[in-house]
Design a protein around this ligand. Structure first.
Ligand SMILES: Cc1cc2nc3c(=O)[nH]c(=O)nc-3n(C[C@H](O)[C@H](O)[C@H](O)COP(=O)(O)O)c2cc1C
Length: 211
């Protein structure tokens, strides 16, 4: 679970290596949610997997877990509208549509705040974000992780695309169930086929075209 123990650049250190090594006897660890890009950030001091320094930090964690006999996969994260400009250098969160969360508050570096109206992603934003997930998976493998998991739950970006309460897009990523599922399926395709190589997993595009 999210521990908020990374530094301001999203780099994890010795404390995180110690934390995960202590849990290596679990057998398989799924890491805390890890931002795939600066745009993915929703909460302060959460780790990332887009920079070389972040990869180097995670190598300490995977080495410690492996040395203790465990395995560890990285949970890849994009928070979408579950974020706040105060933890994003003043930039509003990106989301499928400009629809805010009401009735809840979000944890920021300066206390609890109401959610803001996010900026609706352009088609180019969507495609770039899918690429960011693939880069996150590649970087996770480079950092020594044994695999990756897409964080598709709890109202974060993939979930926001799936539900019509957050997704009011009129392009190919919104509307019908098939269109709302497209983002998750395209991300999964890139995670499975892009990060390890298409031949290794028998990748095909059939799941994207049958709905
Ligand atoms: C402080 C905190 C941090 C959390 N961080 C994560 C996380 O990084 N990834 C995740 O999938 N769930 C996270 N969760 C959600 C819990 O993992 C979730 O409650 C749990 O998966 C539910 O499991 P259960 O259905 O077995 O109770 C977090 C919850 C809390 C309270």
């Amino acid at each position: 679970m999210t521990r908020s123990r990374a530094d301001i650049a999203g780099v994890v250190g010795e404390l995180t290596a110690q934390y995960y090594a202590q849990r290596a006897t679990a057998g398989l660890i799924v890491s805390e949610a890890t931002n795939i890009s600066a745009d993915a950030i929703g909460s302060p001091m959460t780790p990332g997997i887009w920079s070389d320094a972040q990869i180097e930090g995670w190598k300490k964690v995977t080495s410690a877990v492996h040395a203790a006999g465990g395995q560890i996969v990285m949970q890849l994260w994009h928070t979408g509208r579950v974020g706040h400009s105060t933890v994003r250098g003043g930039k509003l969160p990106l989301a499928p549509s400009a629809v805010s969360i009401v009735g809840q508050q979000t944890f920021t570096s300066t206390g609890l705040k109401d959610f803001e109206v996010p900026t609706a992603m352009s088609g180019d934003d969507v495609r770039a974000t899918i690429g960011d997930f693939e880069r996150g998976a590649r970087n996770a493998l480079a950092a020594g992780f044994d695999g990756v998991e897409l964080h598709g739950a709890f109202g974060y970006l993939p979930h926001q695309f799936l539900v019509d309460s957050a997704n009011q897009r009129t392009d190919e990523y919104g509307g019908s169930i098939a269109n709302r599922a497209r983002f998750v399926l395209e991300v999964m395709e890139r995670l499975v086929c892009g990060a390890k190589g298409a031949l290794a997993f028998g990748c095909h595009r059939r799941w994207l075209t049958t709905a």
